[in-house]
Structures are given as structure tokens and as C-alpha cells.
Design a protein around this ligand. Structure first.
Ligand code: FMN
Ligand code: 173
Length: 416
């Protein structure tokens, strides 16, 4: 669906009719929306239906949650200045990334351990993404295998692979080979998670998915990991010694700050496609990434799950965009995206596209694959309508001319 929304015989993309569909179903058939359409209610709805530790894992941030608040406040400080009497139909949401055309400017952020949130897990999320032609970024810490996700995405679903960079180069090479062979085309390497931050919500429950064996399967299926684990453990398989294997795998992927910018060249050598760095906030790091061959940058503070007390991610977006200007390095954005207006603002401040994360995970937790589809369609419908009402026809025309920064943030819906 949605391969070609310029006309012809292709059905219109789901998001262009979603608002009317919801009204029609409600009025004519008395069918309410599958779940809430209200960003302010989504989290509460997820809390009601998800297992408490699963909900807390998704909803929680580092420390006192100050960075999560900052992420939302950063959005509230920018206001959209609508225009009227400007032709803005039909909207064009298409973006180009690394020579590929994508129907819309959103991607599904990498998120590990999705089986914890719903039995549909990554394969369900990947299917929903494929239905809307939204790229699915598969986490190294997934609870579905690389091949299962590839099969779920099918031939049409664009898929990217997120790397938690193993300390061992042979394991790294093997994982990347498997992902490339399975049709993943863009590599996202996450640099802000040398280890998990101080996360009180999980510590208080002593909840860590890996320790329960969830989020390790990508490693456990890897032939080089299996060989090395067998050598280290006197011949065990991960299935025979799950606790030991989890410890070994975790020490590989969360091995502290043991990489340098020079080593980015290793990933460039191992990966035939574009390499994108995730977790950039400081403009100097953006310049270093560019100098060392990064093909793209994701401005992110990991949704406030890593450095507590950090600046709101959106605050740094313009500085990062300026730092790599003119170098043909697309800047993507995440951390705090909850509404169509948020997407509008991030794109206006220079992001080529945005990653959506917690709303998708709440959708997954509430209604599995259908919930993810609902979230994606809702966000895109909201963006489409915001553009219409603000007088912007093409996402390429979004710029600071549509925005104004104000001194007040308004009510912060903390932890939204
Ligand atoms: C439950 C959960 C799991 C996550 N797992 C990963 C992961 O495996 N790899 C990664 O790069 N980022 C991971 N992230 C971070 C997201 O990709 C994204 O940067 C962040 O959630 C954005 O913040 P927001 O959800 O508040 O918008 C995770 C986030 C959450 C909430
Ligand atoms: O919790 C996270 O933020 C995260 O990055 C992660 C990593 C591995 C498994 C699950 C989540």
C-alpha cells in the first residue's frame, strides 16, 4: 500500500483517509476507534493493559526523568505559525534518504525486547510498518530473529538494522553479514548506550529483559557468537547455559566506551550500505561523525533513558543541522515525538525525517500489530492535517518560516 500516492490506480495511503474512516465507522457502524487517538491518553491506556514491569520499562526514563521532561518542553517552546489561503492539496510527504524514496517522513525507532510488551513482538511491528511503507529499524536487542523480521517485512517493507556494537569484531562482522543478506539496507549504530543508565523504575523491580533471556536472540543465533561462547564456557550452547550466555552477550554489546571515531571505518568496511550514527546531541560530535564517514546522523538522547538532566533533544537539532550543513549528511531526529505537530516542528528545524518510538510501543502493548498500525496512521493523518491547516503542501517546504520560539512552554505533559 502507498507505493505510489501521486494518483493512478493505487489505493490512497491509509493515513489520507484515516480520519474520515474513523468518523464513518463511528457514525455509520457505531464502531469506536480501535484505541485512543489522544496522545495525552495513550500512555494511560497502555498502563491499564500492559504488565506493570513491561509498561514501566517502556515509560521509564533515567534518574528523575528530567531529560524526558526536557524533550517535551523543547517541543512546547516552538510554536507553529499557520498560513491561510495557500494551496496545500494534495500534500506530499515523500522524503529521500540515501538515494531511496520513502512515502512519509517517519521511521519506526529501534526498540529492543518487544516480546516483553506484546506477543506480536518485532514481527508484528514490522508487519504494521510494511503496511504503511514505514521503515522498520530492527534492534540488535530484538526478541525476533533477523530472518523472522525480514520475512515479516516481506519484499516491500523497507528495513534498517540497528547495531549495539559488539566488542568483538568477528561477531560484529557476522551480525552485519546476516542482516545485509536478509535485506536490511541501512545500518544505524547507537553510540549513546555504552551501558544502561541509572534507571530507577527497572532497578526497583530488578527488571532487566536480558537476564530473563529476552533480547538476546540475535546474538544467540549468530554462528560466530555461538562458537566463541562455546570456547569460553567449555562447550556450552546459549540454550544450555542461558544465564552465562546472557552475561557474555551483554558484555559484548554494552561493553563501555571502548570505541573511537577512527573505528567507524570498520563498520563502513563491513557494511555495503549507508552507516548512520544514533545518539548525537553535541554539534562537535556531529562534525566528528561527518569527518569519520558517517552517512547520516540521528539526533537523539535515547528518549531520556540515558543521561538524566540532559538538554531536550529538539534544542540541539538546529545546531547539529548547522554543524553538517552542505555535506549531504541527512539529519534525522528522535526523542519526544508524540504528535503530528511535533513531526512538523522537527522537520521545520531541519530534520529530514523523525523516528517514532514510545507511541508505537504503547500501541503494540495495547493492541499488538493493529495497535502499531493505528499509531502510524494516526500520526501521519495528524501531520497531514497540520500541514493542510498551516498552509504547507510539501514536507520539503517546511522551514523556520513556519515556526516561532516563545519563552513559555505551556503545560508540560511530562512523561507523555
Ligand atoms: C522500551 C525502549 C527500548 C529501546 N530500545 C532501543 C534499542 O534497542 N536500540 C536503540 O538504539 N534505541 C532504543 N531505544 C531508544 C529509541 O530508539 C528512541 O531513541 C527513543 O525511544 C526516543 O524517545 P521517545 O520514545 O521518548 O520519543 C529504546 C527506547 C525504548 C522506550
Ligand atoms: O532500554 C533501552 O533504552 C534500550 O536501548 C534497550 C536495549 C536493549 C533491550 C531493550 C532496550
Amino acid at each position: 500500500m502507498g507505493k505510489d500516492n501521486d494518483g493512478g490506480d493505487a489505493p490512497p495511503p491509509l493515513y489520507t483517509t484515516y480520519q474520515a474512516d474513523l468518523y464513518n465507522r463511528g457514525i455509520l457502524e457505531r464502531i469506536p476507534p480501535p484505541m485512543t487517538t489522544d496522545p495525552n491518553r495513550l500512555r494511560a491506556q497502555a498502563k491499564r493493559v500492559m504488565r506493570p514491569e513491561a509498561f514501566d520499562y517502556v515509560a521509564g526514563g533515567a534518574g528523575e526523568g528530567a531529560t524526558m521532561d526536557a524533550n517535551r518542553l523543547a517541543f512546547r517552546q516552538w510554536k507553529i505559525v499557520p498560513r491561510v489561503m495557500k494551496p496545500a492539496s494534495p500534500r506530499n510527504l515523500k522524503v529521500e534518504l540515501f538515494g531511496e524514496q520513502y512515502d512519509t517522513p517517519i521511521l519506526c525507532a529501534p526498540a529492543g525486547a518487544q516480546e516483553v510488551y506484546h506477543a506480536d513482538k518485532e514481527v508484528g511491528t514490522a508487519r504494521a510498518c510494511a503496511e504503511l511503507n514505514v521503515p522498520f529499524i530492527m534492534s540488535t536487542a530484538s526478541t525476533s530473529t533477523i530472518q523472522e523480521v525480514a520475512d515479516a517485512s516481506g519484499s516491500g517493507g523497507p528495513r534498517w538494522f540497528q547495531l549495539y556494537w559488539p566488542a568483538d569484531d568477528e561477531i560484529t562482522a557476522s551480525l552485519l553479514q546476516t542482516a545485509w543478506d536478509a535485506g536490511f539496507r541501512v545500518l544505524v549504530v547507537t553510540l549513546d548506550t555504552a551501558r544502561m543508565a541509572w534507571r530507577p523504575h527497572d532497578l526497583d523491580r530488578t527488571f532487566l529483559p536480558f537476564a530473563l533471556g529476552q533480547g538476546n536472540i540475535v546474538g544467540y543465533r549468530d554462528p560466530v557468537f555461538r562458537r566463541k561462547f562455546a570456547a569460553w564456557s567449555d562447550g556450552d550452547t546459549p540454550e544450555e547455559s542461558p544465564m552465562l550466555a546472557a552475561r557474555y552477550w551483554l558484555s559484548e554489546i554494552f561493553s563501555g566506551n571502548n570505541r573511537s571515531w577512527e573505528e567507524l571505518s570498520l563498520l563502513k568496511r563491513l557494511w555495503p550500505g549507508p552507516v548512520v550514527v544514533k545518539g548525537i546531541q553535541h554539534p562537535e560530535d556531529a562534525r566528528l561523525a561527518a569527518r569519520h564517514g558517517a552517512d547520516g546522523i540521528i539526533v537523539s538522547n535515547h528518549g531520556g533513558r540515558q543521561v538524566d538532566g540532559a538538554i531536550g533533544s529538539l534544542e540541539m537539532l538546529p545546531d547539529v543541522v548547522a554543524a553538517v550543513e552542505g555535506q549531504n549528511i541527512p539529519v534525522l531526529f528522535d526523542s519526544g515525538v508524540r504528535t503530528g505537530a511535533d513531526i512538523f516542528k522537527a522537520l521545520s528545524l531541519g530534520a529530514r525525517a523523525v523516528l517514532v518510538s514510545r507511541p508505537i510501543l504503547y500501541g503494540l502493548g495495547i493492541a499488538g500489530r493493529d495497535g502499531v498500525k493505528h499509531i502510524l496512521a494516526s500520526l501521519l493523518a495528524d501531520l497531514d492535517g497540520t500541514m493542510l491547516l498551516a498552509g504547507v503542501q510539501n514536507v520539503k517546504d517546511l522551514g523556520t518560516g513556519n515556526l516561532k520560539k516563545v519563552a513559555y512552554g505551556g503545560d508540560i505533559k511530562a512523561n507523555l
